[in-house]
Design a protein around this ligand. Structure first.
Ligand SMILES: [Ca+2]
Ligand SMILES: [Ca+2]
Ligand SMILES: [Ca+2]
Ligand SMILES: [Zn+2]
Length: 494
């Protein structure tokens, strides 16, 4: 008979990196036929360990099996960390200023897009404020999908939901996010993409996502990984097909596009989920969603026939935008490609569960939204005499009200710097709660006990509970010494 006492601590997914000031912005280029996600992971971790942070990861692929042959990464890297990054396998360049985009073209056009996004961001692109008076996208928050996709509302934790299930693709905006950026090319000639315009889309999307990375800071610790599918062929001309009248009508072309990408399912929702899960698995992210951008360059108003320009399903599995986001020259005027980052940032909030706050929006309701079930208190109908705060959910401003932050999971109830959805405590059989007495875990909640260690999700009042934390370190009380990496009995922390 013997006794094992373990102390386990959760390393919160949102508590790893320090943010660095913009002067330390850097582009890291990796290139090799042997490149794998673990090589890319090493760059992300090395940057974080030195107080920097990788915001955007754009792998470049080659061939029908989409083998990774290169990667461009945008983030902040502190000068003292530069030698360590440069010394990592397959890192070929670390740049601090604009580069010749065609210097990376041997990795393919996606690498060129990523280089142009870097040039765009480093030269201050994406700073345009919303023009006053542009109408918000009509009825742009759909869902959440229930029932058929297993995305049913549930209050009871189930062991199967301890880590994200196939149906949980964007529950809260913390950690790593895979973005499936799909730009379908019609067989017809009404609309034809050019590389230059596709590149603009990539720049604007990375700019909009980068704004969220900045807003979330160390606590949300966001990194976006882009699976860029340019010119996927479809027999339809997406911009000519009514988007949401009736709801799901976009499945005509989205289903066709996903089939042509090899993702099958009973509905286009199931196909989108299959794609989301494939890229989440391939890139090792916590979450994933698809963004379909319909070319609208030759369209009169840059809108689908039902007037839609941009919309997203609450908590996924996808969002849709037109290239123009409504033509700026149409009546009423739209946002245009030059303000796509503002609209994308707004839609991204919906993807992670946040509701609208402008008059007439179906989700501008005085009820609770998001994983944490946060009241929609900045909706124009729910102010209760207060003044409406500036917020992306009001008019695509680059600002966030506290309600929207809470709805995407950014609430820190005990103000310890760890956001609620990742402020979780693992449990073991016969466990008791203690507080750390050895560095580096002084005062941190820990569990002592014996048996199986597993994390307990932060309870959600509206969604199936889920955690993205993993137990990484244990400390033996019977045999005090340095913290040891925990060894999972079943082979993996999941
Ligand atoms: Ca075409
Ligand atoms: Ca139109
Ligand atoms: Ca906390
Ligand atoms: Zn909206």
């Amino acid at each position: 008979m013997f006794r094992i006492i373990l102390t386990a601590v959760v390393i919160a997914a949102g508590a790893a990196a320090l943010s660095a000031p913009p002067p330390f912005a850097a582009l890291v280029v990796m290139e090799s036929q042997e490149l794998s996600m673990s090589n890319i992971e090493l760059v992300i971790e090395t940057a974080s360990a030195g107080g920097g942070h990788i915001c955007h990861v754009t792998p470049a692929h080659f061939g029908p099996d989409r083998k990774i042959v290169g990667c461009l990464m945008i983030g902040t890297i502190l000068p003292e960390q530069e030698p360590a990054i440069r010394a990592l396998p397959f890192v070929t360049r670390l740049e601090r200023g604009p580069i010749d985009p065609y210097s990376v073209q041997d990795m393919g056009i996606v690498a060129v897009f990523a280089a142009e996004a870097w040039n765009f961001i480093i030269t201050g692109g994406g700073e345009e404020p919303p023009e006053p008076g542009i109408e918000m996208p009509l009825n742009d928050a759909l869902g959440p999908l229930n029932g058929g996709l297993g995305k049913s509302v549930s209050n009871s934790p189930s062991p199967a939901a301890m880590t994200p299930t196939q149906n949980q693709t964007s529950e809260f905006m913390i950690g790593r996010v895979a973005v499936g950026l799909v730009m379908p090319e019609s067989n017809g000639t009404l609309e034809n993409w050019t590389s230059a315009r596709q590149s603009k889309v990539v720049s604007r999307v990375q700019s909009g996502a980068g704004w969220w990375v900045q807003q979330g800071g160390t606590a949300a610790n966001l990194t976006f990984v882009y699976d860029i599918r340019y010119s996927v062929s479809t027999q339809y001309e997406p911009i000519t097909i009514s988007a949401n009248v009736p709801v799901g009508n976009d499945g005509i072309w989205i289903g066709d596009v996903l089939s042509n990408m090899g993702y099958t399912g009973a509905s286009h929702y199931a196909q989108a989920l299959a794609y989301d899960n494939a890229i989440r698995s391939q890139y090792g992210t916590n979450w994933a969603f698809a963004l379909f951008v319909a070319d609208s360059n030759n369209d009169a108003d840059g809108r689908f026939p039902d007037g839609a320009t941009a919309y997203a399903y609450l908590h996924g599995p996808y969002m849709v935008m037109t290239y123009d986001n409504g033509k700026t020259t149409a009546n009423p005027p739209g946002w245009g490609i030059d303000r796509m980052h503002l609209v994308f940032a707004h839609e991204l909030a919906h993807t992670f569960g946040a509701a609208d706050e402008y008059s007439g929006a179906p989700t501008c309701n005085c009820t609770n939204y998001g994983y944490l079930g946060v009241y929609n208190g900045n909706c124009i109908n729910c102010l209760g005499g207060s003044q409406q705060a500036t917020c992306s959910m009001v008019d695509c401003s680059q600002a966030l009200c506290s309600f929207t932050k809470g709805q995407v999971g950014w609430r820190d109830s005990d103000t310890d710097g760890i956001l609620d959805p990742v402020d979780t405590i693992p449990s073991v059989v016969s466990a008791s709660l203690v507080y750390g007495t050895v560095p580096p875990f002084y005062g941190q909640p820990q569990i002592q006990g014996s048996g199986v260690v597993m994390d307990n999700p932060w309870p959600s009042p509206t969604r199936t509970p889920v955690t993205i934390n993993v137990v990484r370190a244990i400390y033996s009380v019977d045999n005090p010494g340095p913290w040891q990496m925990a060894v999972p009995s079943d082979g993996a922390f999941d």
